[in-house]
Design a protein around this ligand. Structure first.
Ligand code: GLN
Length: 189
């Protein structure tokens, strides 16, 4: 778990429940000791700033380039995007996903909402998805698999190789299949 800011505990609980050995990562040496990384929901601009302060930006970029499995939810998805719209001034990302993501895409009127979402890669039943000041994937490159769309249109879950991103928060609803998919990537399955 990248544990600089955000809903670290909720993710850690799901991962532990699936039998994973969970470590909190704040320093480069801690990153070097793990086989995969989850970037939680929270505030992407804060995680970005803290990552740079803690000297984590380059190590995370290198780990992604080396093929480390990484799962980002919400703010974590923003941080995995190669391109962002409506970031705060000077906001950077780790990148790796060939996508463009718009922060806070649902506006202030609809800060949060929940919806049952079909995710064919996970099978039945639908995922109960909680969106909290969520981003939206507005463009995807050719190597990106779209895993879920709202209204068959707006992209809210993607995978590119060992990188997985969801605009919503499976970790708050007892949904564990995305984390299971992430752990499969960590195990090389
Ligand atoms: N709006 C937040 C951001 O820009 C993301 C919200 C979340 O992670 N729930 O980082």
């Amino acid at each position: 778990m990248l544990a600089l800011q955000g809903d670290v505990r909720e993710h850690a609980r799901v991962l532990s429940g699936l039998g994973a050995d969970v470590a909190l990562v704040r320093r480069p040496a801690e990153l070097a000791a793990v086989d995969g990384l989850v970037i939680p929901g929270g505030e992407s601009s804060v995680i970005d700033k803290l990552a740079r302060t803690f000297g984590m930006q380059h190590p995370i970029r290198e780990a992604i380039a080396d093929g480390m499995p990484v799962y980002g939810t919400c703010a974590g998805l923003i941080l995995l995007a190669d391109r962002i719209t409506d970031g705060i001034s000077g906001q950077e990302t780790f990148g790796g996903l060939d996508v463009r993501v718009r922060r806070n895409a649902f506006g202030s009127q609809v800060d949060s909402f929940e919806v049952d979402l079909a995710v064919p890669a996970l099978g039945e039943p639908d995922v109960h998805a909680v969106f909290i000041r969520a981003p939206l994937v507005e463009e995807v490159g050719p190597a990106v698999d779209v895993l879920a769309q709202l209204d068959d249109e707006r992209i809210v879950a993607v995978r590119q190789g060992n990188l997985l991103g969801t605009a919503f928060h499976p970790e708050v609803t007892g949904e564990h299949r995305f984390h299971g998919l992430f752990l499969d990537l960590v195990r090389g399955l």
